[in-house]
Design a protein around this ligand. Sequence first.
Ligand code: DX5
Ligand code: ZN
Length: 217
Amino acid sequence: MQRIVAPSMLSADFGHLERDTRMIDASAAEWIHIDVMDGVFVPNISFGFPVLKSIRRASSKFLDVHLMIVEPERYITRFAEAGADMITFHLEATERVGECIALARKAGVKVGLSVRPATPVAELERWLPEVDMVLIMSVEPGFGGQSFMPIAVDKVRELRAMADQVHPSLIIEVDGGISASNAALLFDAGAEVLVAGSSVFGAEDPQVEIVKMLEAR
Ligand code: DX5
Ligand code: ZN
């Protein structure tokens, strides 16, 4: 299986957003992870369309937008227009999962579905054939820099087994508290994309840190 690292721009220096985006653009990371928070679904507010557009201008990487907002159906089209390549929304954030998937398809972007640490992967089952990716949260969404919750490893294994039956090419992404020290465990469990905010941007050399994660054994 492929290994991809997606640095989270939430941990970038917003005073030097273009510089940090270009630094990641020149790294071995194939994706860039973009955390949108509304202060309602999660107790924090991050950024929206103008920041995504600025990142889009400074990068040719695959832009992986993680919506931590209620009623994502209201904004999916606009995030696609602002430059997203993948839009992931939370199962817990909407009654209209099917509509969200359809909106993303209509806008021509890939679509992911995410679950909080306490939401069982069984609740994702009926949607697995319809989405490109599932994002397993390994921290409570809302903030960077939290400690990894090991329950995520079992959820990845369970989800990989479920997906192998109904959608073998489903991508599994994990987000929260990930560094070179736990990357191998997650890749081995069946994850293909690992998000990393503080471990990458807090490293002495973020580009070296990304390679360490990709090569973790
Ligand atoms: C948390 C966000 C994460 C966050 C990860 O709600 O979804 O993407 O930026 O940050 P670290 O890697 O520091 O846990
Ligand atoms: Zn995220």
